[in-house]
Structure formats: C-alpha cells, structure tokens
Design a protein around this ligand. Structure first.
Ligand SMILES: NC(=O)c1ccc[n+]([C@@H]2O[C@H](COP(=O)([O-])OP(=O)(O)OC[C@H]3O[C@@H](n4cnc5c(N)ncnc54)[C@H](OP(=O)(O)O)[C@@H]3O)[C@@H](O)[C@H]2O)c1
Length: 496
C-alpha cells in the first residue's frame, strides 16, 4: 500500500530512530492500533516481528520487511517462539470482541502468559497501550480489564511503559465510526444523563507518535503516562461537533431513560459497529476519562491535534478511500479463529452453483467481483441482502452495515458486510466466509475459469448445517439463491 508509506505519522517526530534497539515484537498486529504501528517502525529502520494468531500469506505481502510469527497468547508454547530473541515487545492484545462475558478472563490469561514467557525469554522492555480510568465501584468492565492488564504487566521484572488513552479518533476506529454514523443518521438525539460525562479523546496519529516516541526515549522506561488530545469534551458535544462538520441540524432532547443496554442496542442499529462492541465501549461512558499524569510532555513534546481536526482528517481519509486498518479487522465473538473451508474434514454437502460465460478479460471480471458489498452494494436485489443484514443486526449479529474498509482495494481478512475474505487469488478466486448468525457455517466463492474459449464466472454457495434447523434454513434459502446469484453474475459481467 504505497500511499500509506507516504503518509506516515512519525515523519516529524522529535525523537530519532535508534540503532541499539534489537528485535521488536508487535502483538495485536492484526488489530486497529498494531496494524498502524508496524509500518511506522519498519519505516524507521527497526527490525520488527509481527505476532498474529492465524497466519496468512497476505501478511507477508502487507509487511514485506517484517518477520511474521503465528502465536496465540493463550498458548504458552506458541508465545515462546514469538518472544524468542525479542528485545522490546509492544503489548496490544485485546479480546473485547469476544463479548462482555468472556473478554475479561481471556485478557487476564493472555497477559499472564505473556508476562511469564517474556521474563523467561529475557525481554528487556514492554510497551503497553491501555485505557484511562481509575478503580472505583462503577468502573466499566472494559476499563477495569485494561487496568488489570497494566497491573499484571507491572508486576513483571521487565520494565513496562504504560500509555493510557481515552477514546481514539481516526479513520477506521470504532469510536469514530459510532460518533460519525450517529451524527449522520439520527435527526433527533435523546440524551441520557451520562452524555455529559467528560472525556479527552486523542487522534490515532498522536497515539502512534507516542507509541514510537517512548521507544526512542530511555527516560520513559518503566513509567506510566496518560496521553490525550487538546480537548476535554462531553460525549454530547462530540456528536454536536461532528453534526456541525457534516452540516446536519440535529435536535437534542434530555431522555428520562439512562439504560446503557437500550442505548447501545439503538446505536448498533444506526452504526456499523455491532452491539457487543458498542455495549463494552458504552459502559465506559459513565466514567470520566481525562489525563492526569501528563509527564510524557516533558520527554516527548509535539503538538497534538484538536478533536475537530482529528475528525476532519479521518473524514478526508474516508473520502480518499485511504483507511489502512479498521476495528473490524479483528474477529467478532462467534468467529474467533473461524474454521476455513479448506480445513473442513470433508467438503460441505450443501452446495449451490451458478455460472455464466463472458468474453471479457479475466482481470476486469475479477476487478468487478472485488467491488462487491459496502456502499456499492450487491449489484442487484440489494434489498434482499440489506433485509438479511437487518435481521442479523436485530438478533445481535454483525449485519451488513459493517460495509468495507476500502471501496477500491481488498485484502485477506477484510470484512465485506457480513462476510470476511478468506482467500483471494487475483483474477481467479475470491472466497468469503459468513459471519452473520446462521444455523451452520457458510462460504461464498467466486471463481473465474475457462470454458469453450470464453471466461467462465461461477458463484458457489457452501453450507455446513448445524442440525435440523440448519437444513431447514438451507432449503428455505435455495429459491432465493437462484434469483440472487443469476442476477449477480449478469451484473458482474455488465459492470466489468
Ligand atoms: N481502539 C481504541 O479506540 C483504543 C482506545 C484506548 C486504548 N486502546 C488500547 O489499545 C490496545 C489495542 O487496541 P486495538 O483497538 O488495536 O484492539 P483490536 O483492534 O481489537 O485488536 C486486538 C488485537 O489483539 C489480538 N488478540 C486478541 N486475542 C489474542 C490472543 N489470545 N493472542 C494473540 N493476539 C490476540 C487480535 O488478534 P486477531 O486479529 O487474531 O483477533 C488483534 O490483533 C488495547 O490495549 C486497547 O485497550 C484502544
């Protein structure tokens, strides 16, 4: 992605890259923050190893100058391989997408394993990005878990630098997309009492600058700092500012209801972010999150940007289709390291296939396939896809509103509405894995081959049902496959 290397955040950082830092491990590299940190470190000449849970050749293409290792922090043996020979480790692991019930346990187990293995492997330094917040009775589970992780790391013999941030604003961040879509889609706001809570948001570029900057300053070793942007602002005002930028007139009414569950459910229907993630984040809005310890400014004093400027930059990145990482890059709860089609013991028994012949060249046909979903839609019978997505959202699934990271480019693991790219072979195959709520597992495959001296485009739907409900589901949807896929193939050819 050439444009990204031209727009790196750390180009004007007051610190200089260091020669004496050995191998750097970035955990959570497939996540929102980790994915942005890696190209910055590589561009500064550091030797970087990336830890991912599920290996894909795509990572090597995305970060050709970095080493990729597959390891799950819940597996000590795998962690030993990942931490071998590492000098500095960034800890950016977060299991929030597992949902409220499970993420706390997973986060504690992951960090405990990491701490012990890092000690055994004699890692010299750990850098952790956590969240702002103080222990008290009403503290949300999400913020509590971030503080617990910081405490477990701090018990280690290895010095840990802790950076604590409130919400992060940038293209592709969940908080940004929630605020943006609320401001765009809701003409009236019923404000709960907690909408007045104060927060100190920070832009993604400033977060990355702090993460890289502390690596290059020895005085920050073993210290904890709060990092924030230039504004202390209420959640209500965050929406007002965004609505003003979008030139939308919005009506704000005080709400007698303050229940977070109700608000997070409504927000999940109006934004691309699914309910389990919104409710984790929203639980935190009752807690004021403002920087107290800003000692970092003594060592690393660059100009941070205002909330409004961060919004404008994120909007501009969206307009130019330049979103490098997105919150949806990490797996949602039910699809935690989902089984791939090629990993099934036997191919699914339920398959429906349709094809069409075309004289158009393979590359233009494939380009047209890869534009599917997101704002572009599914080329035909869009309402059927949207209806399926809406039903999914209502029952707390991911729905179709997640859209796509980029309208013009696609990479393995990208989300396309309620699908995720499982395989992508240019001019030949696009395989999507379903992430909507289903009584079974489903895949959708587009293939381009040859027949009678023409190019043959096929679409194959694979389904592995779970019990009788899965079989009923499959037979109910079969007639719709016929209507949807025939038209879809015709549209692919027409648009090529
Ligand atoms: N984003 C924000 O707005 C924000 C704000 C304040 C602080 N922070 C802090 O910044 C840090 C990173 O956040 P993020 O937004 O980048 O999170 P994210 O997008 O949810 O990414 C989490 C990463 O953790 C990985 N992971 C989860 N469980 C793992 C395991 N068992 N073993 C190995 N890797 C595992 C995920 O890998 P998979 O891809 O395999 O799932 C993913 O790469 C967190 O500590 C968070 O609290 C973030």
């Amino acid at each position: 992605m050439d444009w990204y290397s031209e727009e790196l955040f750390c180009q004007n950082l007051p610190t200089k890259p260091r020669q004496d830092i050995g191998l750097i491990l970035v955990t959570g590299a497939t996540g929102y923050i980790g994915g942005r940190l890696v190209p910055e470190l590589v561009a500064r000449g550091y030797r970087v190893r990336i830890m991912v849970r599920s290996y894909s050749p795509d990572y090597k293409e995305r970060w050709p100058d970095a080493e990729v290792v597959a390891a799950d922090a819940l597996n000590v043996g795998e962690l030993k391989k990942a931490l071998d020979g590492v000098s500095v480790a960034y800890y950016l692991i977060h299991s929030m997408l597992l949902g409220k019930k499970e993420f706390e346990i997973a986060d504690i187990q992951a960090v405990t394993n990491f701490r012990f293995v890092a000690e055994e492997k004699k890692v010299k330094r750990i850098i952790y990005l956590g969240a702002l917040g103080k222990y008290h009775k009403g503290l949300s589970n999400h913020l509590k878990s971030r503080i617990n992780v910081a405490e477990i790391l701090s018990l280690s013999k290895i010095p840990v630098t802790i950076l604590r941030a409130a919400i992060i604003i940038g293209s592709g961040s969940a908080s940004y997309e929630i605020i943006e879509h609320l401001a765009r889609n809701s003409p009236v706001f019923f404000l709960p009492s907690w909408a007045k809570t104060l927060c100190q948001p920070i832009s993604i570029r400033d977060v990355i600058k702090y993460l890289v900057g502390v690596l290059e300053i020895d005085e920050t070793i073993g210290k904890s700092y709060d990092i924030g942007g230039d504004d202390i602002i209420s959640y209500e005002d965050m929406i007002r500012v965004f609505a003003k930028i979008l030139r939308k007139r919005r009506i704000f009414i005080r709400s007698p209801i303050n229940n977070i569950k109700v608000f997070s459910y409504i927000a999940s229907l109006l934004t691309p972010v699914p309910e389990p993630v919104i409710s984790c984040l929203m639980e935190g809005v009752k807690n004021e999150v403002i920087c107290e310890n800003i000692e970092i400014k003594k060592h690393l004093n660059f100009l941070t940007i205002h909330y409004k400027v961060a919004l404008l930059r994120a909007l501009s990145r969206e307009d130019h289709d330049k979103i490098y990482t997105r919150w949806s890059d990490s797996y949602p709860p039910a699809h935690e390291l989902a089984l791939k089609l090629s990993e099934l013991n036997a191919p699914p028994r339920y398959i429906s296939s349709y094809s069409i012949l075309s004289e158009k060249p393979k590359n233009t046909l494939f380009k047209s396939i890869c534009k599917i979903g997101g704002k572009e839609g599914w080329f035909h019978n869009n309402w059927m896809w949207r209806l399926r997505g809406l039903i999914d959202r209502i029952i707390l699934g991911v729905g179709t509103s997640r859209g796509r990271r980029s309208a013009s480019s696609l990479r393995i693991n990208d989300v396309i509405d309620f699908w995720r790219v499982e395989d992508l072979v240019p001019d030949n195959r696009l395989l999507l894995r379903a992430e909507m709520k289903l009584p079974g597992r489903a895949w959708l495959e587009f293939r381009i081959g040859e027949e009678n001296n023409m190019n043959k485009i096929s679409v194959n739907a694979y389904f592995q049902p779970r019990g009788i409900s899965g079989r009923i589901y499959w037979y109910n949807f079969l007639p719709f496959h016929y209507i949807i896929f025939k038209d879809l193939l015709r549209q692919i050819v027409l648009r090529s």
